[in-house]
Design a binder for this molecule. Structure first.
Ligand SMILES: [Cu+2]
Length: 179
C-alpha cells in the first residue's frame, strides 16, 4: 500500500505552502510536529488512494490505470495529466456507453471536487498508458507523476494487478443510460 508515501508527500507539499504563506505574512498557521493533524489550509493537494494498473498481456500497446483522488481541501482541484517512465504518453480517458457500445473518450481534465473525491475505476475514467516500453506484470509497481491544474504534481506508485477478479471495483453498465 502506498498510503504512507502519499501522505508524506502531501504533507511535504503542504509544508511548502505554509512556508510560502509564512514568508508573506510573517506568521504561519498552527502546525504539529508530524504535519498530519493540521488546521485546514487554503489549498491541499489531493491524496492518492489505491493506485493500480490492470495487468495486461506482454503485447499490450496500452495499459489502464485507476486510482481515487481524495480532496480534503476547500477548493476543487483538477487532474490534467500524468507521466510515467514506462509509457511514451499517459492520457486521461473516460469510458462511455452509447447504444450499448462502450468506447473511450479522451478528457483534458477531471475535477476533484472540494471535500470530495474523483474515482477512476474500470468502466469509467482511467489513465491510459500509451505505448508502454515494457508491459509490467502483476506484482510489479509503476511510478507515475500526476499533474494538477495548479501546476503542482503528485507522485504515486501504481501496483500492477489483475483486474478481472478480486478487485471488487468492477462495474458493468449493459444498459445505455441517459446522457
Ligand atoms: Cu482508455
Amino acid at each position: 500500500m502506498s498510503g504512507r508515501t502519499t501522505r508524506r508527500l502531501r504533507a511535504g507539499a503542504w509544508l511548502a505552502a505554509v512556508f510560502l504563506a509564512a514568508g508573506l505574512s510573517g506568521c504561519g498557521p498552527e502546525t504539529t510536529d508530524t504535519g498530519s493533524e493540521v488546521a485546514e489550509p487554503t489549498v491541499v493537494n489531493p491524496t492518492v488512494v489505491d493506485p493500480w494498473i490492470r495487468a495486461a498481456p506482454p503485447t499490450a500497446r496500452v495499459l489502464a490505470g485507476y486510482l481515487v483522488l481524495e480532496n480534503p481541501g476547500a477548493q476543487a482541484v483538477t487532474l490534467v495529466g500524468a507521466t510515467s517512465p514506462v509509457a511514451a504518453m499517459v492520457e486521461i480517458h473516460e469510458t462511455v456507453v452509447r447504444d450499448g457500445v462502450a468506447s473511450m473518450e479522451r478528457r483534458p481534465e477531471l475535477v476533484v471536487p472540494a471535500g470530495g473525491q474523483l474515482v477512476l475505476e474500470p468502466g469509467g475514467a482511467h489513465l491510459m498508458f500509451m505505448q508502454p516500453s515494457a508491459v509490467p506484470v502483476a506484482g510489479e509497481t509503476v511510478p507515475v507523476t500526476l499533474s494538477l491544474g495548479d501546476g503542482s504534481t503528485l507522485e504515486a506508485v501504481f501496483a500492477v494487478r489483475d483486474g478481472a477478479a478480486g478487485s471488487g471495483h468492477e462495474h458493468h453498465h449493459p444498459e445505455p443510460g441517459p446522457d
